[in-house]
Design a protein around this ligand. Structure first.
Ligand code: C2E
Ligand code: CA
Ligand code: CA
Ligand code: CA
Length: 277
């Protein structure tokens, strides 16, 4: 409520001050974090529904803050996106994920893919070259890297986007459309862009099997993916009812707490890649 006599304005100013200084605190912290390498990656397995095999992992960033402990990406990625810091952070992520891919590749792991999240700000004409450099720096075999992109990236100038994507897929890197179904673009982009995988957003998985709408949406996305010869993965699978439903509908892959939380590289190797060590 606005109180012209003063009280509410004072309250508003204080709130605003807090959020501005909070933002500045985060921003300067992020600069330091980049210099001192305070970031690390966790890996969450992606499972083949039919064979039960681990086919790959999504790399998820964490920030080991010296005072505040481990900070989740939702707390700092939005601020990083408002500044240019996201470009440096995503570059760090790409490099770290490729370094890890090399370690697993050298240990004899085969048919495995590490997926990296790409922010819309990073999706520019220079991205293919930056990816190519990371792949050759770490000598990663083709097919080891996947990018998770969102619908918002497809809404930039369509010709540019198609060209960028084609250059990326020409490197043997696959593209997954993340948070599928939550964006605002039309389905026609599925025809134009070289996308390999649709990733059904967790918000549509949550209500399965009780929520009829969630069931309908998830089934429709799986059907669409199959008809268009895309692979389809469900994220945020937390219980066996959801798994059974997705399996029945023919979903190719799943990811979620039901199988595993995101793990650090060491734990991931121990638990997921036992047969290779
Ligand atoms: P996302 O790409 O949709 O990633 C999936 C998020 O869901 C992850 O959260 C993951 O830990 C969480 N999750 C996985 N399985 C389950 C489940 O069964 N239940 C529930 N409730 N959650 C589950 P996280 O790691 O906190 O990441 C949040 C978001 O931050 C990501 O959403 C992504 O948009 C962004 N992000 C994470 N890492 C990076 C990165 O390296 N670069 C960029 N640009 N963004 C990143
Ligand atoms: Ca993702
Ligand atoms: Ca996602
Ligand atoms: Ca999501």
């Amino acid at each position: 409520q606005i109180d012209k006599a003063g009280g509410s304005y004072t309250f508003y100013d204080a709130e605003m001050n807090r959020s501005i200084s909070g933002r500045m605190y985060l921003e300067s912290g992020l600069r330091r974090a980049l210099q001192r390498e305070e970031f690390f990656l966790l890996y969450q397995p992606k499972l083949d529904v039919r064979s039960g095999k681990v086919l790959g992992a999504e790399a998820l960033i964490r920030w080991a803050h010296p005072q505040d402990g481990i900070i989740a990406p939702n707390e700092f990625i939005p601020v990083a996106e408002e500044t240019n810091l996201i470009l440096q952070i995503d570059a760090w992520v790409l490099d770290a994920a490729c370094a890890q891919a090399k370690i697993w590749q050298s240990a004899g792991v085969q048919a495995f893919r590490i997926a990296v999240n790409v922010s819309a700000r990073e999706f520019t004409v220079s991205l293919p070259e930056r990816i190519e450099q990371a792949l050759s720096k770490h000598q990663i075999s083709s097919g080891w890297l996947e990018l998770e992109i969102t619908e918002s990236m497809l809404m930039q100038n369509a010709d540019d986007v198609v060209a960028i994507m084609s250059q990326i897929t020409a490197l043997g890197v696959t593209l997954a459309l993340d948070d599928f179904g939550t964006g605002f673009s039309s389905l026609s982009y599925l025809k134009r862009f070289p996308i390999d995988t649709l990733k059904i957003d967790r918000s549509f998985i949550q209500g399965i099997p009780d929520d009829a709408d969630d069931c309908a949406i998830a089934s429709a996305i799986i059907g669409l993916a199959k008809q268009m010869k895309h692979k389809v993965i469900a994220e945020g699978v937390e219980n066996s009812e959801q798994f059974a439903f997705l399996q029945k509908m023919g979903c190719d892959e799943i990811q979620g707490y039901l199988f595993s939380r995101p793990l650090d590289a060491e734990k991931f190797s121990e638990v997921m890649l036992r047969s290779f060590s």
